[in-house]
Design a binder for this molecule. Structure first.
Ligand code: UD1
Length: 332
């Protein structure tokens, strides 16, 4: 019997394109919907059925469910940048919350009963003591994280009506497919690792450290960096958990330890061998001081284990990808 087909929303984005690869590597069928606002069609293989569309358009989704006998959905489409959500909160709300509602309605109408949702560790209350487990109090610090809390609550309300779901709260995702079939293609990077690598490549004149007065070991922000391939593989595990009749639940996906901005910069300089300029600036709006997760639930229930837990591996694969897409090799 052929394996089920899944719809990946946002499948042309950074994380979505890795999820598409991981599903196909595990022999599942995949169809993709993406509005290409930040994603690229080239991010996925031309053999993957693709529709350019907006998830707020229920008709597009219903058409896909009917045409491909879709068994479940991985919902990765979103405005995923914190600075963008601060600049344009209404747009972020509309795509992330109204878009999720329209997806849930289309799924209900077409009897598609399985959903994996991309959420974020940004939902947790920054006043809580890390490591954050899934029971940690919520307290979203920026509009993006608030839309993810709203999306989670919507999904839980459909769960009461019979939807099977897994909500995956990602920590800070980095790296690229170790085979370089995918990577982060965003042109205007705001994330730390990609920004630092662009400095190493000479595409930026220097890196700003946003905030050196946090109550952390060296005054800079601490995050739990996790390899994008580990995140992608976890979606396959979560779908298989639901396919086997497992309980709907929320899972943290990180590594379970934190690195400061200064530590990340040191590793980027070591991996690239480039000593780029670094300057200290004030805090960026909406940035919490210290986030790292307790990932034991995903380990116990889903069998999740990071294959690339070391920060060096995450930075090295990001660096190989940046060199590759900038025409400088990298595919060693
Ligand atoms: C990232 C995600 C967010 C997710 C969160 C989970 C993106 C765009 N953001 O946000 O969706 O909810 O992880 O924890 O993917 N920094 C600098 N200089 C820079 C860039 C960043 O000092 O040029 C610092 C930040 O202040 C922060 C740390 O580096 O302390 C990480 O920042 P960043 O990589 O932007 O990720 P988050 O803001 O944590």
């Amino acid at each position: 019997m052929s394996k089920p087909i899944f719809l990946v929303t946002g499948g042309c984005g950074y994380i979505g394109s890795h999820i598409v690869l991981a599903l196909r590597d595990a022999s599942y069928g995949v169809v993709v919907v993406d509005d290409l606002s930040t994603g690229c069609r080239e991010a996925i293989d031309s053999s993957v059925p693709f529709v350019r569309g907006d998830i707020r358009d229920e008709g597009v989704l219903r058409g896909l469910f009917g045409a491909y006998s879709v068994r479940g959905v991985v919902h990765a489409a979103a405005v995923a940048s914190v600075p963008e959500s601060v600049a344009e909160p209404q747009r972020c709300q509309s795509i992330n919350v109204a878009g999720t509602k329209s997806l849930l309605e289309a799924m209900r109408a077409c009897d598609v009963g399985m959903l994996i949702f991309s959420s974020t560790s940004g939902v947790y209350d920054e006043g809580a003591r890390p490591p954050f487990d899934e029971g940690t109090a919520l307290g979203p610090l920026n509009p993006y994280a608030q839309t993810k809390v709203d999306g989670e609550q919507l999904i839980e309300s459909y769960g009461v009506q019979g939807l099977s779901y897994a909500i995956l709260r990602y920590f800070n995702v980095g790296g690229a497919d170790p085979q370089l079939r995918a990577g982060d293609r965003k042109r205007s990077a705001t994330t730390l690792i990609k920004s630092a690598l662009e400095c190493a490549l000479g595409k930026r004149s220097g890196l700003a450290i946003f905030g050196t007065d946090f109550a952390t070991k060296d005054g800079t922000g601490i995050r739990d960096y996790v390899h994008v391939w580990d995140i992608a593989r976890a979606h396959v595990l979560a779908l298989e958990h639901l396919l086997a009749g497992g309980r709907s639940d929320i899972f943290n996906l990180g590594v379970g330890r934190g690195f400061s901005v200064r530590e990340v910069i040191k590793v980027v300089k070591e991996v690239t061998g480039v000593d780029f300029a670094v300057r200290e600036e004030g805090r960026r709006q909406g940035d919490p001081p210290c986030i790292y997760g307790d990932v034991s639930k995903a380990r116990q229930v889903l069998g999740y284990r990071a294959a690339y837990p070391r920060l060096e591996s995450i930075v090295r694969d990001s660096w190989r990808w940046e060199q590759f897409i900038n025409g400088l090799g990298g595919a060693d």
